[in-house]
Design a protein around this ligand. Structure first.
Ligand code: BGC
Length: 465
């Protein structure tokens, strides 16, 4: 029976995949200060620990396209829920650093897989009319997942218990079970069923999710789609000159999204707060909850702004704000002696501005733009290159952050200048992003995807779109 609310229930359950993605990337931030003392970790080992999860995500994102086609979207999400649940238990239980590294790599696989399979599942089961909204819900849930991790980290953080990190990891089991149980009641997507020639089953699912008057048309559209997919351009087409600009845009936006240092703040904010003079892990972790709250609120705001102000305006406003915030974060460290007790307050304020500007610009724009700039026939491949670039650059930045601080420390002979300089390097990247963006950020607001393709075919520049 057709039920308007059914599709919202489906989307809500499936979007738990987004929540888990956010949760399992964010949870490390509050765990690190405790792991540092419990396992006596060096900066290098902390970076490895964070990077291992991300390397897992790179591998997950790489294999996901194939396995979602072969096994179906639903089975892959079920498998990722299983990995999320067992990975949470394994990482909470890990008796030594080697096991912890392996468990993070294992969890990372699920993160990479769900970053691809969940939006795909949601997009394919949603009726066209509300697809945009439902897909953006996924992005929002990532930030909600990060916030949930911060809050739960803050709840379990106990200065007197060096093993506080264990329950922080265990909590991840709860959303994973919700996803697993919920998903086992949900259907496979009609689009995948049709692709496998299981038309009757597809029709049965559609009869529950789609307005009865629109079912035949939906099936017709899917057939056309599948036929087009069959005549897909060869994958090498994506590297042909007429698509150079699309490729530069997709990889470039992800480069800048990551190299302005977003995840040094998302994963290491308690560490940064400790460097700025917060006393005790509990206080530092509590302060980072504010980073999570602002991230969620401004991501919600971005959903309204993206189609109103357009991509270019948001990019320039956001990236300029990011530049000034990073500059000021650097000053907070460089002049911490002068600022004395005020250092902490000013630093938190600057970090919140930084996150707010990111959440309205580079955050959502990265994911949106990679889904818009490629022609239909290579869109799947194009956006997976974009997300692979995202995870790859992410790994590089979080794996080198403390090394960079150490490098500058020895150069200047002063710890505060090391941290300050690292943020100034990110600020310099923001300036380059502004120049790059002037030439390469396309204004795709209100432009149909077919028109974008035509523009590339004619050799048009991104700025003129
Ligand atoms: C980025 C992630 C980041 C998150 C923060 C996303 O758009 O891709 O790397 O952790 O935003 O909200």
């Amino acid at each position: 029976m057709y039920n308007k609310n059914f599709v919202w229930i489906i989307a809500a359950i499936a979007a738990t995949g987004g929540l888990l993605f956010g949760f399992d990337t964010g949870v490390i931030s509050g765990a690190i200060p405790f792991l540092r003392s419990d396992f006596v970790l060096s900066d290098n080992q902390v970076e490895n620990l964070t990077a291992f999860g991300l390397i897992g995500a790179v591998i997950g994102a790489l294999i996901c396209g194939r396995i979602t086609d072969i096994l179906g979207r639903r089975k892959v999400i079920l498998a990722s829920a299983f990995v999320f649940a067992t990975g949470a238990l394994w990482s909470g239980f890990a008796p030594n650093i080697a096991q912890l590294l392996l468990s993070r790599l294992y969890l990372g696989l699920a993160i990479g897989v769900s970053s691809f399979a969940t939006p795909l599942y949601i997009a394919e089961v949603s009726p066209t009319k509300i697809r945009g909204t439902l897909v953006s819900m996924f992005q929002l849930l990532i930030t909600v997942g990060i916030l949930a991790a911060y809050m739960s980290d803050s709840y379990f953080a106990d200065n007197n218990n060096p093993e506080s990190w264990r329950p922080m990891f265990y909590v991840g089991v709860i959303p994973a079970i919700i996803l697993f149980v919920g998903m086992s009641f949900l259907p496979e997507t009609p689009r995948w069923l049709m692709g496998k020639g299981r038309d009757n089953e597809a029709r049965r699912v559609l009869s529950r999710t789609e307005d009865p008057a629109l079912i035949d048309q939906a099936i017709e559209n899917m057939k056309k789609d599948i036929q087009q997919d069959a005549e897909q351009m060869h994958w090498t087409e994506i590297f042909k000159p007429w698509l150079f600009n699309a490729m530069i845009i997709a990889v470039g936006i992800m480069f800048f999204q990551q190299f302005v240092g977003i995840n040094t703040v998302i994963y290491y904010s308690p560490e940064i707060f400790l460097k700025a003079g917060f006393e005790g892990n509990q206080a530092a972790i509590a302060a980072s909850v504010s980073v999570g709250v602002v991230n969620v609120l401004f991501t919600i705001l971005s959903l309204f702004l993206i189609d109103k102000l357009g991509r270019r305006k948001l990019f320039f406003i956001g990236t300029t704000g990011i530049f000034f915030s990073l500059l000021l974060i650097g000053f907070c460290f460089a002049f911490s002696e002068l600022l004395g007790d005020y250092t902490k307050i000013v630093l938190v304020a600057c970090m919140l501005c930084y996150i707010a500007f990111f959440a309205i610009s580079l955050g959502p724009l990265g994911w949106l733009i990679i889904s818009e700039v490629f022609p239909l026939k290579v869109r799947g491949l194009g956006s997976s290159i974009g997300s692979l670039a995202n995870w790859g650059f992410n790994t590089l930045v979080v794996w080198t952050f403390f090394k960079m601080i150490d490098g500058f420390n020895s150069l200047f002979g002063k710890e505060e200048m090391g941290t300050a300089s690292a943020f100034w390097v990110f600020a310099a990247v923001a300036i380059i992003a502004l120049i790059w963006g002037y030439f390469f950020i396309p204004e795709t607001k209100g432009v149909s995807l077919e028109k974008i393709e035509e523009h590339w075919r004619k050799g048009g520049s991104p700025r003129k779109l």
